[in-house]
Design a protein around this ligand. Structure first.
Ligand SMILES: [Cu+2]
Length: 325
């Protein structure tokens, strides 16, 4: 009986330990999968291990800084763990190794203090340069005001190429198809929400933010209710939208395309339903789009007949008066 109880006891502890290990493995797997999902969203390449390079001048800088810091960490890791494993295996007691008796060496102390200090100073200098360049919004050729709302974004075009832009502002909210699909018991398939081949369930909006490429764009970011955060991963930054505070950021997009993002600050029940879509176009196309928006939003002419007649007279009048001015 006693031996029996021991026998049943032993497997139980063993089983408990296996369950614990299994739980740890499952948790680590879940973490890896979650990280993988995050990566997949930021970048379309399966099995991509590094950060996304992004599509702006600043995201390239952040990517470079990350690679430098990662490189330094890898070299230090290889050296330190290499030395440790060599020390443990080659100089182990079973091989008859006898420990040295000395414990201090001033030369070594100086070297292993000075080298890390130099590495840290270089990294701090480089990353401070990066942060300073990110904070520097001077010389922007365009300004866009971004306002967060529960649960949508508002975009106001403030100026473009030194000229103020008026009447180009709009709300940008979750597209109708995603919104319908997300309703409880909608019976609609989230995988059927597509833009081209891309699944854009909860990632599409009704009116994207249209921006020109190769242009330094300043964003002034604020909020009307609670704290939101404007985040487009390809741009390489996220910025909090805080009521009563205006935060600034800038970007200079290098290639045309559609860039997607999301609110990155838990802002209420529909936090997950206020995506961001940026459509980056050539400066020529942007100028055309902006002109069309301004025209569409201009105060309506009193009557169609009057507006048809107006341009003819207007064309004659300013030609002369303009010269005098
Ligand atoms: Cu939000």
């Amino acid at each position: 009986m006693t031996s029996g109880s021991i026998r049943t006891d032993a497997p139980r502890t063993h089983r408990g330990r296996t369950a614990g290990i299994r739980r740890i493995v499952a948790a680590s797997l879940a973490l890896v999968l979650a990280l993988g999902a995050g990566l997949a969203q930021a970048d379309p390449h399966p099995w991509q291990l590094n950060m996304t390079r992004g599509s702006t001048t600043w995201s390239g800088e952040a990517y470079f800084l990350n690679n430098v810091a990662l490189g330094v960490c890898v070299v230090i890791g290889v050296l330190v763990f290499g030395a440790m494993f060599i020390a443990m295996f080659r100089f182990r007691k079973s091989r008859g190794a006898v420990a040295e008796k000395w414990s201090h060496n001033t030369t070594v102390e100086i070297i292993w203090t000075a080298i890390p200090v130099i590495i840290l100073v270089v990294l701090a200098w480089m990353s401070t340069g990066g942060l300073v360049s990110f904070a520097n919004t001077t010389g922007a050729q365009m300004t866009v005001k971004v306002t967060g709302y529960q649960w949508k974004w508002r975009y106001d075009y403030v100026d473009y190429l030194g000229k103020p832009v008026s009447k180009v502002d709009y709300m940008s909210k979750l597209d109708a198809l995603s919104d319908k699909t997300r309703q409880l018991d909608s019976g609609m398939d989230p995988y059927a929400v597509k833009t081209g081949d891309e699944n854009t369930y909860l990632l599409n909006v009704d009116k994207p933010l249209v921006l020109p490429i190769h242009t330094k764009i300043r964003f002034v970011i604020t909020s009307d209710d609670v704290i939101h955060s404007w985040w487009v991963p390809e741009f390489g930054w996220k910025m909090d939208a805080i009521p009563g505070i205006v935060n600034t950021a800038w970007t200079n997009i290098s290639k045309p395309g559609t860039y997607r993002g999301q609110c990155a600050e838990l802002c209420g029940q529909d936090h997950g339903f206020m995506p961001i879509v940026v459509k980056a176009v050539s400066p020529e196309d942007f100028a055309k789009w902006l002109a069309a928006q301004q025209q569409a939003n201009a105060p309506a002419a009193p009557a169609p007949a009057a507006s048809a007649a107006a341009p003819a007279t207007a064309q004659v009048a300013p030609a002369g008066s303009g010269e005098h001015g």
